[in-house]
Ligand binder design. Structure first.
Ligand code: NAD
Ligand code: UDP
Length: 337
């Protein structure tokens, strides 16, 4: 019998890609999503892509009674907890929503995992926990810095909650994945990121500018201490990121110790390099200008990945160009809907 895995936020950007990889690896993903930042037609896309009807529940992870029934019915072998609000800027304006949703949902999940003896948790954390890194590439031993936003703070607090619950045996085992910058889309162009309103993130802003939805991209600052003056990030293709979740579940299935891991490529790219990669691979010109720095932006960060590669027996396979091509394919597909 296939191991059932609860995928909270499974209709979202990273969750939907992970569902595909989990199916391929022989797991049975079951989605719980409240669609606050996704749409139900993504389930049809997953059906088209995989030929499988993915079992799913429309529910809020803070609704512990509803979730309790789902846990009782399904007997999960593990949980991947993606569900969270993720807009850094909005979290500054609406901190209560962010704390309630992101912390509350993790508390319900851990409580129910304990109650129903579900052993393994994979949690979505972020490289934001490192803040402006003291050294690069940043490894997992780097100190956790004071959070720059309520969103970042929820990720730090969630990591702390997981560690405390592991120590007290309220949680059997967990892998915390600290994502760097997820970009790109499924190569089919049928699923990808669905930004609500004006995107805050670079790549959806690039693709919407190329599509004519935005008139131009503003590059936030070009006098940083980097090779071309623009900020550096570690952009990881979402399909590689999805696969890391499968490997994390495999790892926990072998009763290995709980661990926090960086999930990035190990390579830093500037904003200008990213724009150029988009232009080159898609053979088009992007309208962009240099503007003021964005408040709170980190100058540069990229991952030391040796621990995650060794621990999970995983490595990224896709290039920045692949991600830019796939992100554009997805944008073009959205334009047809
Ligand atoms: P997303 O918004 O596309 O997906 C999150 C999904 O969770 C959405 O489908 C949303 O409807 C759902 N959701 C949110 N709160 C819920 C709740 N209380 N109950 C049920 N469903 C709920 O985001 P994503 O980019 O796929 O991110 C997934 C996870 O990865 C999040 O925890 C996010 O903080 C984390 N993360 C994302 C990035 C990034 O840049 N995308 C970087 C680092 C970490
Ligand atoms: N960025 C930019 N213009 C935009 C959006 C982002 O120049 O419209 C830059 C931003 O300053 C940062 C990089 O692109 O250096 C990645 O930004 P994103 O918000 O995607 O990720 P994060 O800053 O959270 O790592």
């Amino acid at each position: 019998m296939k191991t059932k895995i609860l995928i909270t936020g499974g209709a979202g950007y990273i969750g939907s890609h992970t569902v595909i990889n989990l199916l391929k690896a022989g797991y049975e993903p079951i989605i719980v999503d409240n669609y606050c930042n996704s749409e139900e037609w993504i389930l049809d896309q997953l059906h088209t892509l995989t030929g499988e009807k993915i079992k799913n529940y429309k529910a809020d992870c803070n609704d512990i009674e509803k979730l309790d029934t789902i846990f009782k019915n399904e007997q999960f072998g593990g949980v991947i907890h993606f569900a969270a609000l993720k807009a850094v800027g909005t979290s500054v304006l609406e901190p209560l929503n962010y704390y309630k949703n992101n912390i509350g949902s993790l508390l319900s999940i851990i409580e129910l995992m304990a109650k129903h003896s579900v052993p393994n948790l994979v949690f979505s954390s972020s490289c934001t926990v490192y803040g402006e890194a003291d050294y690069l590439p940043v490894n997992e031993q780097h100190p956790i810095k004071t959070a720059e936003s309520p969103y970042g703070c929820t990720k730090q607090m969630c990591e702390q909650i997981i560690n405390d619950c592991l120590k007290s045996n309220k949680l059997n085992s967990a892998v915390t994945l600290r994502y760097f910058n997820p970009v790109g889309a499924h190569p089919s162009g049928l699923i990808g990121e669905l930004p609500l309103g004006t995107p805050n993130n670079l790549v959806p802003f690039i693709t919407q500018t190329a599509a004519g939805i935005r008139s131009e991209l503003t590059i936030f600052g070009n006098d940083y201490n980097t090779k071309d003056g623009t900020c550096v990030r570690d952009y990881i293709h979402v399909v590689d990121l999805a696969e890391a979740h499968v490997k994390a579940l495999d790892y926990l299935g072998d009763n290995k110790p709980s661990v926090s891991l960086n999930i990035g490529t190990g390579r830093g790219s500037t904003v200008l390099e990213t724009v150029k990669a988009f232009e080159n691979v898609n053979n088009l010109k992007l309208n962009y200008k240099i503007g003021a720095k964005r408040e709170g932006d980190i100058e540069q960060i990229y991952a030391e990945t040796s621990l995650s590669e060794k621990t999970l027996n995983w490595k990224t396979k896709h290039s920045l160009e692949d991600a830019m091509r796939d992100a554009w394919n997805w944008q073009k597909y959205l334009g047809t809907k």
